[in-house]
Design a protein around this ligand. Structure first.
Ligand SMILES: Nc1ncnc2c1ncn2[C@@H]1O[C@H](COP(=O)(O)OP(=O)(O)OP(=O)(O)O)[C@@H](O)[C@H]1O
Ligand SMILES: [Mg+2]
Length: 146
């Protein structure tokens, strides 16, 4: 699927949020600047989260409770640089009732639950367009038209 601009990415994120079942883990995989955080913010908005969602700088995960489900935003880009003492128990989040969105999920592939939904985002030809591939689209989109 092609997302022609940021707005289309945001709309898709909000639509995904509408249908998310509790306990879903969304694994975002894509190069720097492809729009993982933009997608995460849109999902958070769709869940009704009122706080500003930004990638945590000193932790791997940020927790939000103001939406219709608990929302856990991971950015594991620096997973290697994080002090081991601070390394979190991923399973505590991945097997909870909340929604997890993981940026740079490919870096923690072994930690991801089998049921995680992988979403690949790539640059396309046009500057603002992105190619998005959802591993099991029916799992998060159902028969929804996008
Ligand atoms: N179709 C699009 N979808 C998403 N973002 C887009 C699109 N077109 C342009 N952009 C721009 O690309 C940038 C994406 O930044 P964003 O921080 O979301 O990427 P990221 O994948 O999270 O990067 P990082 O790897 O640094 O975490 C934003 O500046 C956004 O405005
Ligand atoms: Mg990001």
């Amino acid at each position: 699927m092609i997302l022609k601009n940021l707005r289309e990415t945001e709309l898709l994120g909000e639509k995904i949020a509408d249908r998310l079942k509790k306990g879903t883990v969304i694994a975002l995989i894509g190069e720097l600047g492809t729009g993982k955080t933009a997608m995460t913010k849109a999902i958070a908005k769709g869940l009704g989260i009122t706080e500003n969602v930004n990638s945590p700088t000193f932790t791997l995960v940020q927790e939000y409770y103001s939406g219709k489900l608990p929302f856990f935003h991971f950015d594991v880009y620096r997973v290697d640089a994080i002090d081991e003492l601070d390394v979190i128990d991923f399973n505590e989040y991945f097997y909870s009732d909340g929604i997890c969105v993981v940026e740079w999920a490919d870096l923690i592939e072994e930690e991801l639950p089998d049921e995680a939904i992988r979403v690949f985002i790539e640059y396309a030809k046009e500057e603002d367009s992105r190619i998005i591939k959802i591993e099991d689209p029916a799992a998060i989109l159902g028969d929804m038209k996008i």
